[in-house]
Design a protein around this ligand. Structure first.
Ligand SMILES: *Cc1c(COP(=O)(O)O)cnc(C)c1O
Length: 430
């Protein structure tokens, strides 16, 4: 038995499913997950001492690679002053100023502890601001695990085969309407069906929790126009895309300005951090300046802020990281596409900058319905074949691959060679 298998046997007895977040389980794969001991750069090492090229990158935060020296040093330095005070600190002001100074669509920001909290709170603020109750989300978009948003939620929810969660009373989701990603008409129809009732439209500007699905030309701009017409708050959930597609996230990348934005993952550099922000008049609704209550004992924690702010400052002052990620993405994903095409492998590869997904289907993947046509058995075969050759991917068809600045050309070439071998041996479709 491997150490990972042994740990998993112990884990399932004391932790539901053996993991603290479902996306870590190898449920769709049928094996024990690899337990991780440490990581450095683009490499990750499991409890059995095996080395892998890592394309999970903690689901995004490790955009500069694992164990990045400047961030580690900032954390150690912050620790020496104390782990938490539960009181206001200078670093929180610096963080808020840095974000607002460099992101034109963020006039005020509130720090929280996770992406889930960020979205839940942003929706509450939008409801408080508009005095309306309904929200529109898109099938296949994941916005964390708060009650109102666990509807057609993609990601881990998708893999477990449970469309919605048990334990969520119908009352909590009765105001959540679901539209079709990339289909503006579906949004217009919902808005017209409930005039003056929709507080917010929330969207992953690039969907990355049903696998990577790109917005069609004009989709995000169309949402902007519809929200303006109906007096609805447009929320971009940039928990994955923020500080990744560009420093200014998808808003900058596509040139569309949301009213509110939510962050997570990269903003904490690996510490538990989320944030929501946007137009001043909306953010001023939040307590203690306004009537929308939202709080957090550890929000703006000084150690977490030190990590996050160091990463954001590095990214802002090194724009070559973003041009580099574009090039790396092109190399890896276009390389995989060529290998697949040459071999006549049935698949579609969606990618943008550092994010990519291979879907084992002959259909173009542009929404939740088409994403679900993927052959998840083929994915499981692909995943295990890659893993056994030292490439660590998300253990689900419906997640993204994350490239970091630490993935060198050499490592990308190595990955392509592994993929070529897996395809050549016919291991994906048995
Ligand atoms: C990961 C994710 C969340 C939830 O963030 P947590 O920190 O896991 O709570 C919300 N929205 C999107 C788009 C995400 O990818």
């Amino acid at each position: 038995m491997t150490r990972s298998e042994e740990l998993f046997q112990r884990a399932v007895k004391r932790i539901p499913g053996g993991v603290n977040s479902p996306v870590r389980a190898y449920g769709a794969i049928g094996e024990a997950p690899r337990f991780i001991d440490h990581a450095d750069g683009c490499h990750i090492y499991d409890a059995d001492g095996k080395e892998y090229i890592d394309y999970i990158d903690s689901w995004g935060p490790m955009i500069l690679g694992h164990n990045f020296p400047e961030i580690r040093e900032a954390v150690v330095k912050a620790c020496e002053k104390g782990l938490s005070f539960g009181c206001a600190t200078a670093v929180e002001v610096e963080m808020a100023e840095f974000i607002c100074d460099h992101l034109p669509h963020v006039e005020m920001v509130r720090m929280v502890n996770s992406g889930t909290e960020a979205v839940m709170s942003a929706v509450r603020a939008a409801r408080g601001f508009t005095g309306r109750n309904k929200i529109i989300k898109f099938a296949g978009c994941y916005h964390g695990h708060s009650d109102a948003l666990l509807v057609s939620a993609g990601s881990g929810v998708m893999t477990s085969g449970v469309p919605d969660s048990a334990g969520v009373p119908a009352g909590c989701t009765q105001d959540t309407m679901t539209a079709v990603y990339n289909d503006l008409d579906s949004v217009r129809t919902l808005l017209e069906s409930a005039p003056d009732q929709v507080a917010a439209v929330i969207v992953e500007p690039v969907a990355a929790n049903m696998g990577v699905v790109l917005p069609k030309e004009g989709f995000l701009q169309g949402l902007r126009e519809l929200c303006d017409k109906f007096g609805t708050v447009l929320i971009f959930d940039e928990v994955i895309t923020g500080f990744r597609l560009a420093f200014g996230g998808a808003a900058e990348y596509f040139g569309v300005t949301p009213d509110m934005v939510t962050y997570g993952k990269i903003i904490g550099a690996g510490m538990p951090v989320g944030a929501y922000g946007g137009r001043k008049e909306i953010m001023e609704m939040v307590s203690p300046s306004g009537p929308v209550y939202q709080a957090g004992t550890l929000s703006g924690n000084p150690v977490a802020m030190a990590a996050g702010l160091t990463q954001l400052k590095y990214l802002y002052t090194h724009p070559e990281v973003y041009t580099g990620l574009e090039k790396k993405g092109e190399k890896l994903y276009e390389g995989m596409k060529k290998i697949a095409e040459k071999a006549g492998l049935t698949c579609h590869l969606n990618h943008i900058s550092s994010l990519g997904s291979i879907f084992f289907t002959k259909e173009e993947v542009c929404d939740y319905t088409s994403a679900k046509t993927s052959d998840t058995k083929a994915f499981a075969n692909y995943f295990l074949s890659m893993l056994n050759r030292g490439v660590h991917l998300a253990p689900s068809q419906f997640e993204a691959m994350f490239l970091s600045d630490a993935h060198s050309d050499e490592v990308i070439q190595q990955t392509l060679k592994v993929f070529e071998e897996v395809v050549a041996k016919g291991e994906i479709y048995e």
